[in-house]
Write a protein that binds this ligand. Structure first.
Ligand SMILES: Nc1ncnc2c1ncn2[C@@H]1O[C@H](COP(=O)(O)OP(=O)(O)O)[C@@H](O)[C@H]1O
Ligand SMILES: Cc1ncc(COP(=O)(O)OP(=O)(O)O)c(N)n1
Length: 266
């Protein structure tokens, strides 16, 4: 017996709801073998980010070289990158080892407002990482920064953002609608030719810590198994909707979603 391998290149969330921890839980649930490259440690809980400690470039190089030369990933997910230097190292290794099926969650700011990407690194994300993307999954504020559109609120603006991100080099784009104030929480998927709506009801809960990480990790897991881009994002949408529906009111702030909910409820 063997298993597809999915690699996450992201930050560690000591609170367990986002980052590397959310990604590994998602990989396990989706039955792929997870490997990791940790870009930064965060001291974080449901109430917020208490500290950010980026890894040295030496440690990041060593982790990338170790996993990419032995446990070749069938898909990769990137999350918190923190700095332009880290983005450049990650892009260098992904190209050096001709890695395919890269899902980029362009993490910029945690829900509580803490920056997880230095402001000056947004350009590197756009020029170095985005062109490698099989799929990029920005939320609305991230889509605004990357596309240069000043305000993305309507579905038409989401479509325009998807088209601009596609022009910048991402093969597939999911513009997530989680941050809208609409009755539903639909996302838009674009393959550069067609737009597909990923529908879901908007669940009335404050416990949405790590939703973006979990969604992108699930896309990577499905791509690792050989699913098409559309099938992967549709499964990820069902997975995250179930995880939010059964979100866990743990801690005193924004609690995590339940990664095992999809298994028990579908
Ligand atoms: N309250 C909610 N109800 C249903 N789906 C949601 C809700 N909040 C976010 N989502 C979904 O969770 C996924 C992650 O989106 P989002 O929370 O916007 O990402 P991020 O964590 O990057 O800000 C998307 O599919 C989005 O539509
Ligand atoms: C270490 C780490 N990485 C990413 C995030 C952001 O995760 P996200 O899924 O966007 O969830 P919120 O922070 O917005 O709830 C994070 N917090 N920590």
């Amino acid at each position: 017996m063997t298993k597809p391998i999915a690699l996450t290149i992201a930050g560690s969330d000591s609170g367990g709801g986002a980052g590397i921890q959310a990604d590994l839980k998602t990989f396990q649930e989706r039955d792929v073998f997870g490997t990791t490259v940790i870009t930064a440690l965060t001291a974080q809980n449901t109430e917020g980010v208490h500290g950010v400690f980026p890894e040295s470039l030496q440690a990041i190089d060593a982790q990338l070289e170790a996993v990419l030369t032995d446990l070749r990933p069938d898909a990769v997910k990137t999350g918190m990158m923190f700095s332009a230097e880290i983005i450049e190292r990650v892009a260098f290794y992904l190209k050096k080892y001709h890695v395919e099926r890269i899902v980029i969650d362009p993490v910029m700011i945690a829900k509580g407002g803490a920056p997880l990407l230095q402001q000056e690194a947004a350009d590197a994300l756009k020029t170095e990482l985005l062109p490698l993307a099989h799929t990029i999954t920005p939320n609305l504020p991230e889509a605004e920064v990357i596309s240069g559109l000043s305000s993305i609120q309507s579905e038409d603006a989401m479509k325009e953002a998807a088209s601009l991100l596609h022009d910048l080099g991402a093969a597939h784009v999911v513009v997530k609608g989680g941050h809208r104030e609409t009755e539903d929480a639909r996302d838009l998927f674009s393959d550069g030719r067609e737009i597909t709506v990923l529908p879901s009801p908007r669940i009335a809960t404050k416990h949405t810590h790590g939703t973006g990480c979990t969604f992108a990790a699930c896309i990577a897991a499905e791509l690792a198994k050989g699913e098409t881009a559309l099938a992967a994002v549709q499964t990820a949408k069902a997975f995250i909707t179930s995880a939010i529906t059964h979100a866990l009111p743990l801690g005193g702030g924004i609690g995590p979603t339940d990664h095992s909910a999809y298994r028990y409820n579908s």
